[in-house]
Design a protein around this ligand. Structure first.
Ligand code: FAD
Length: 416
């Protein structure tokens, strides 16, 4: 098994790698997936967006996910003190899915990978990519360490790097670039949600906004556990003393809404702290490779866009690779970078405007404007390529300008 030849080598079996592998396998391409961990394995990223249902559906992975019974997510709730801003995905500007799931990722990713293995996709778990060499024509030779520490080599016509925070090709090829998103960090765990209220309140995904930079996510799962996590500036995350469990317990006291429900509950694993999570790269593709998912770009968890971008970019990359393998011409700059960055830039604006406070002004302004809410809701559902939505097409101006007008109006009212 020293040397293997395939059409496409996929690095990583997360949602991005699995969607890419499924598409290529369905299109009769010879694929090998190499995954560093043993599945099931924990990873963060538990709140999905409706848009990603299109991707799982298109590659034939939706039914197997439906069978599991993950918690249904029909919208998202944002709280600021007494003000509640509820988004309902059935009331959105763009046509498309009006529900998705809140998922335990260990189970979710394991279902995807197991299904692919059952369909005959070659996935090697506990195999780690450690090096790569590209030839001038874009073909490559990748060095992989197996579970016994033995090296072997995969020759591929294309590589799809879906290695998430492993960021394999960005590291090996020096493609990392500082993110334009302000630096934030996070601390999170799961709890056995023994004080979960009955009804919708118990299962609602909620973002409790403590201040402009600091918020708590609450993501209830169908197994009775709930994911809780704080996001804030490093100064906030570092200001608490003790180990990660003590720090998270102290942080919970800052959430008036959730402290009683979660205070003192046993954490299912020691809270994980990820610092400066936003990532970016100099380029999304090169001759013989494409970066997808977190390996390419990660903005911020506030709008739960990570998995959806991971599957959107994986599906697009897999389609373009298939075209090339079928000897069709591909304009990677336009068809891949142009397409992906259009969506990334919309979300990047929303993330930036969240932390300037402008978007929070729109969310928590009363009375609500139902038409504007529908348009923003379509963005939050992941439909960020729909130019009929003014909040997509003019994303760079609309949020800022509207927030300005609201603030002017409020100042005027205060002066009357
Ligand atoms: P992953 O799911 O990370 O999979 C990559 C795989 O590659 C891993 O299994 C890894 O073991 C493997 N790998 C790594 N290195 C190697 C190697 N050298 N060789 C072989 N295999 C390798 N997203 C959401 O959609 N919703 C959320 O609510 C959300 N919350 C988040 C909260 C925080 C604090 C953070 C930091 C992120 C959050 N995200 C969220 C983002 C989400 O985690 C990612 O966008 C998503 O997991 C990306 O999927 P992926 O398939 O690209 O990578």
């Amino acid at each position: 098994m020293d040397e293997i030849h395939v059409d496409v080598l996929i690095i990583g079996a997360g949602p991005s790698g699995c969607v890419a592998a499924s598409y290529l396998h369905n299109n009769k391409k010879q694929v090998k997936v190499v995954e560093k961990s043993k599945f099931p394995r924990f990873v963060i990223g538990e709140s999905l967006l409706p848009r990603c249902m299109d991707h799982f559906d298109e590659v034939g992975l939706l039914d197997v996910l439906k069978d599991y019974g993950f918690e249904i997510k029909r919208g998202a709730r944002f709280l600021k003190g007494d003000i509640v801003c509820n988004f309902d995905f059935s009331k959105k500007h763009t046509e498309g899915w009006d529900w998705t799931w809140q998922v335990t990722r260990a189970d979710f990713d394991n279902i995807l990978a197991t299904e692919l293995v059952n369909r005959g996709v070659d996935i090697s778990f506990e195999h780690e990519v450690v090096g790569v060499e590209f030839n001038e024509d874009g073909t490559s030779k990748t060095s992989i360490k197996d579970e016994q520490g033995q090296l072997y080599y995969v020759h591929a016509k294309h590589i799809i790097d879906s290695s998430g925070y492993g960021r394999v090709l960005p590291r090996l090829l020096g493609l990392d670039k500082p993110s334009a998103i302000p630096a934030h960090s996070s601390i999170f765990t799961h709890v056995k949600d023994v004080r979960r209220p009955d009804g919708e309140e118990g299962t609602l995904i909620t973002f409790d906004v403590l201040d402009k930079d600091t918020w708590l996510w609450v993501i209830p799962f169908s197994n009775g556990d709930t994911s809780i996590g704080f996001v804030g500036l490093n100064e906030f995350i570092d200001a608490f003393e003790g180990d990660t469990s003590e720090r998270l317990q102290s942080m919970l006291k800052h959430s008036k809404y959730y402290n009683d429900r979660f205070q003192g509950l046993e954490f299912k694993f020691p809270p994980v702290c990820i610092k400066n999570f936003s990532k970016s790269v100099k380029q999304l593709y090169g001759k013989g490779y494409a970066l997808t998912g977190n390996s390419a770009e990660f903005l911020d968890p506030v709008f739960s866009s990570g998995v959806t971008f991971a599957t959107e970019s994986a599906l697009k990359a897999a389609k373009l690779v298939t075209k090339e393998l079928n000897n069709e011409t591909v304009d990677w700059e336009e068809e891949y970078t142009g397409y992906i960055m259009k969506g990334v830039q919309v979300f990047a604006t929303y993330v930036k405007e969240w932390y300037t406070g402008n978007l929070q002004t729109l969310f928590f302004h009363r009375p609500e404007n139902p038409e504007i809410k529908k348009q923003i809701c379509a963005v939050l559902a992941g439909y960020v390529w729909d130019d009929t939505n003014p909040f997509v097409k003019k994303h760079d101006r609309l949020v800022k300008n509207l927030a300005y007008l609201i603030e002017m109006e409020e100042k005027e009212k205060a002066n009357q």
